[in-house]
Design a protein around this ligand. Structure first.
Ligand code: MTE
Length: 331
């Protein structure tokens, strides 16, 4: 690996800032950003001050009328939903900075305009096209699901996502019979996302899944969270949620969905293929080189609990992998 710079998620657990401290730090920083904006100073090169970026405010989202969507009772949890002020300030969104405790990332992401936003659908499909995000969201059956959300860094949260099954969009896209994978790509716009000016990561963020995984009931495209359109740091206006896999598979702020015959190589796999693979299914018995996966820390309750195979979704997904002997299913 030629990446010498330590990524934020390489911090040992013991070195992570306690939430009480970073949350109060975030308060201070939030106030600072507000002051800078009030003074007309752009906080990040090339980005307008927060106050000028109303398009990034989910309160102005043109699909607001669709929320809250009806909760689907088939997707519930045995532990409490993580409060939004915790989950919404603990996001991995490297385009906006690599601080794991992301008071910085949340503020930077908030300046991203949410519209206009189009999604390209291409590759092995009957008819490649580019569609406005609102046309997609309004064509899909929105519902709310409570999902476990687990990062390879061994933290977890419980999130009330709103969205629609991936298979609905796949059916709408009309893939050809040769399509074996779905490749998802995040926007590329260094003016909006400052970290994309750097050369450390091979932007844009990319990852993917098989057509069989995409057809699974659990595979979900997210448009909202906590009963409203998703704030930017969660990956607005369209992100993936694959709750049986480590979170890095769940691509945020998607602008392109391609159907391919070849397995897509994700950003992390490209950066460090010995640590991050295509499958990335959760398994307590297969440690990451830098994190044991035996247990997870719930960032809402602080509770540590044993990791479950496929993050607790084995019944729904284990069958997908029954015939894949020799594949590294858990990295
Ligand atoms: N998607 C993009 N475009 N950029 C990212 O940095 N981080 C991934 C994933 N999707 C990431 C991304 C990682 S490492 C995780 S754990 C989850 O998003 C975090 O999702 P959350 O911030 O909603 O918890």
């Amino acid at each position: 690996m030629f990446i010498r710079r330590r990524r934020s998620w390489e911090l040992p657990e013991s070195a992570a800032t306690p939430e009480s401290i970073y949350l109060s730090r975030r308060h201070l920083l939030g106030a600072g950003v507000g002051l800078l904006a009030a003074a007309g100073v752009g906080a990040v090169a090339g980005i307008a001050p927060a106050q000028a970026a109303a398009p990034g405010d989910p309160a102005n989202d043109p699909t607001n009328d669709l929320y809250p969507a009806k909760r689907n009772p088939a997707f519930t949890l045995d532990h409490p939903v993580t409060p939004e002020d915790i989950s919404g300030n603990y996001n991995n969104f490297y385009e906006f900075g690599s601080e794991r405790t992301n008071y910085q990332c949340t503020a930077a992401a908030a300046r991203m305009p949410r519209r206009p936003w189009t999604v390209k659908i291409d590759g092995l499909v009957e008819q490649p096209r580019e569609v406005g995000i609102d046309d997609i969201i309004r064509a899909m059956p929105l519902e709310e699901r409570l999902y476990r959300h687990r990062c390879v860094e061994a933290w977890s949260m419980a999130v009330p996502w709103t969205g629609f099954p991936v298979r609905e969009l796949v059916a709408w896209a009309k893939p050809l019979s040769g399509a074996k994978y779905v490749r998802l790509e995040t926007f590329l716009n260094p003016k909006v996302a400052p970290a994309q000016n750097g050369f450390i990561y091979p932007w844009p963020y990319v990852d993917g899944l098989t057509m069989a995984e995409a057809a699974n009931d659990l595979a979900f495209f997210v448009t909202g969270v906590y009963g409203k359109p998703a704030p930017n740091q969660f990956g607005a206006p369209l992100r993936l949620a694959l709750p049986w896999k480590y979170g890095f598979k769940s691509v945020k702020s998607i602008v392109r969905i391609s159907f391919t015959a070849d397995r897509p190589i994700g950003l992390w796999e490209k950066v460090q293929g010995r640590e991050y693979g295509f499958w990335a299914n959760v398994n307590p018995e297969v440690p990451h080189p830098r994190w044991s996966q035996a247990s997870e820390r719930d960032i809402g309750t602080g509770e540590r609990r044993p990791t479950l195979l496929y993050n607790g979704y084995a019944e729904q997904v284990a069958g997908l992998y029954a015939d894949l002997k020799g594949e590294k299913l858990f990295m």
